[in-house]
Design a protein around this ligand. Structure first.
Ligand SMILES: Cc1cc2nc3c(=O)[nH]c(=O)nc-3n(C[C@H](O)[C@H](O)[C@H](O)COP(=O)(O)OP(=O)(O)OC[C@H]3O[C@@H](n4cnc5c(N)ncnc54)[C@H](O)[C@@H]3O)c2cc1C
Length: 306
């Protein structure tokens, strides 16, 4: 049943969405956060680099944020997957399907924040999920420190592997880049990496090698095992914005929601923050900062000009 419009419906309760919601409710804006509870960093046990919360379990960070939002009379957070948003007179109609026993909803919103993040498609190696989040990571800035001086693999199928290898060399000088026969590294890039002691392995990968849940190497398709104790993978990042397909805001070549410096998309009333905006994958504190920015923008836009 459709009731009075919320000042804002936020899609996603990651740091971007919760930070937006916290600042909106503090501005006395009725705010509903709808979240399908599939955070991008769910695979990790510890989140790093968030000032005052370095090393916190990701779910604990979310729980704290959600409690803060729900501590205000105008804040509501619900477990639900948003399936569709359409423009209606004076706002938007948001349709969601409840999860974890929560009800389906159809609500009106004067504004919407897209804070639904990204989904990750990892290289198709049979055991990758066994090691992802413990031995293998994707965010170099987030988890590089914990892997410092380890024998590292960088595994990817993209054309930015040389750039990522260069970044990773800040944390370990024992690094091999695995292209799985797909990722592109030019001869000039390979020579530049070799000058820093970084080897490029272009043979296809069969799987990761391990012993009782501990990664020991990368097994190539020809049977050779290259000893490595940890590493980083380069996923393909896909925006989680399918529910907004009927809204006409501008997107970049990756399908991310293009925003101005204040978080406005090209469509009045639709805002976005966090990983679902360019350049895509970021960090928790960056997403939280974008959420705070967008909340201030929405509050001012709803007040209107003199
Ligand atoms: C494995 C891994 C480890 C990481 N470690 C760190 C770290 O240590 N430190 C750090 O700073 N950063 C880390 N990051 C990056 C960090 O997780 C992201 O930058 C950050 O979570 C982005 O915040 P967000 O709010 O934009 O999106 P998310 O945190 O991904 O939140 C988006 C939310 O939207 C929800 N959602 C999606 N679609 C819908 C829908 N249709 N309806 C309702 N809800 C929806 C999702 O379920 C999710 O809860 C890591 C990332 C990964 C993948």
């Amino acid at each position: 049943m459709v009731s009075e419009p919320y000042d804002c419906v936020v899609v996603g309760a990651g740091p971007a969405g919760l930070s937006a919601a916290l600042n909106l409710v503090r501005a006395r804006r009725s705010t509903l956060v709808l979240d399908s509870n599939r955070p991008r960093n769910a695979a990790t046990l510890h989140a790093h680099g968030f000032l005052t919360r370095d090393g916190i379990p990701p779910l604990e960070l979310r729980r704290l944020g959600r409690n803060e939002v729900e501590g205000y009379p105008d804040g509501e957070v619900a477990s639900a997957r948003v399936e569709r948003i359409v423009a209606v007179e004076d706002g938007f109609l948001v349709t969601s399907r409840g999860i974890r026993g929560e009800r389906d909803r159809e609500v009106l919103a004067r504004t919407v924040v897209l804070a639904s993040g990204l989904t990750e498609e990892l290289p198709a190696l049979p055991s990758l999920r066994v090691y992802y989040g413990t031995h293998l990571h994707s965010c170099i800035e987030c988890d590089g420190y914990e892997k410092k001086d380890a024998t590292l693999a960088l595994i990817g199928e993209s054309d930015d592997l040389a750039e990522r290898a260069l970044l990773l060399s800040q944390w370990s000088d024992d690094l091999i880049v695995f292209t799985n026969g797909v990722g592109r590294i030019s001869e000039a890039e390979e020579a530049a990496l070799a000058a820093r002691g970084i080897r490029v392995e272009r043979r296809p990968i069969a799987d990761l090698a391990g012993d009782l849940g501990t990664m020991t190497g990368v097994r190539l398709a020809d049977g050779e095992i290259v000893a490595r104790t940890a590493g980083f993978v380069r996923p393909r990042w896909v925006p989680a914005l399918g529910f907004a397909a009927e809204l006409g805001f501008a997107r970049d070549a990756e399908g991310l929601a293009v925003v101005d410096a204040q978080g406005r998309t090209s469509m009045p009333g639709i805002y976005a923050a966090g990983d679902s905006t360019p350049p895509g994958p970021q960090q928790l504190i960056v997403a939280a900062g974008a959420g705070a920015t967008v909340a201030a923008t929405i509050n001012r836009d709803l007040i209107g000009a003199l």
